[in-house]
Design a protein around this ligand. Structure first.
Ligand code: FE2
Length: 202
């Protein structure tokens, strides 16, 4: 492709992504709470991937050297969300964690499993936490998952190929609060500043 074709594509992608974020914000504002808005925004994003396959061609988004890499699509502006295309190498895992803000993942290519957990202790013992596994959802082309701010998930990229996924978060990475990371087998929890959690988020 020539440089001008690539530039046109980048502009078209940026416009489409900004429109998606505006539509998502409109859905969130119509709903009183995030839980009822999130599945609708997820479905909007799945439709977005189907409609804009050319703009979201995996070949246009570089692989990470290791683990995962998030390509910025929209950050800040009139809508306070963070919208990214995440590329993750197979086998990459993220331990159970709570973001403290909502997030949605939908698939473009490759497969990622999300496990969902519930905290069963009362939080009174410092550094200790008990988790119960609730279930899992596989994300691939045509599917997605939603996570409310107080929900806990863990992720793993499945198969032999990297995964390319769209991630929409309530805030850009720079505005993330500290994350809670859990170790279900050891029964522990620790709070990590958002910047320290960069390499293990998912
Ligand atoms: Fe996560």
């Amino acid at each position: 492709m020539t440089e001008s074709v690539l530039a046109d594509k980048a502009t078209a992608r940026e416009m489409a992504c900004q429109e998606l974020v505006r539509q998502a914000r409109a859905i969130e504002l119509i709903h009183a709470g995030e839980r009822s808005a999130l599945p609708q925004i997820r479905d909007l994003m799945i439709e977005f991937v189907a409609r804009h396959a050319q703009l979201l061609d995996p070949d246009d988004f570089e692989l990470p050297v290791a683990h995962s890499r998030f390509h910025k699509l929209v950050e800040g502006g009139e809508v306070p969300y963070g919208f990214y295309l995440g590329v993750t190498r197979p086998g990459k895992e993220a331990a159970p964690h709570m973001h403290g803000l909502w997030g949605i993942t939908v698939g473009i290519s490759g497969r990622e499993i999300n496990h969902f957990w519930r905290r069963t202790d009362d939080g009174s013992a410092p550094g200790r936490a008990a988790l119960e596994h609730l279930g899992s959802t596989e994300v691939a082309l045509g599917t997605g998952m939603t996570l409310a701010g107080d929900e806990i998930h863990s992720t793993e990229t499945l198969g032999d190929e990297p995964s390319w996924m769209l991630h929409l978060y309530e805030r850009p990475f720079s505005g993330f609060p500290s994350l809670l990371f859990f170790h279900p087998e050891r029964g522990t929890v620790r709070k990590l500043p958002a910047h320290a959690a960069k390499t293990i988020r998912g």
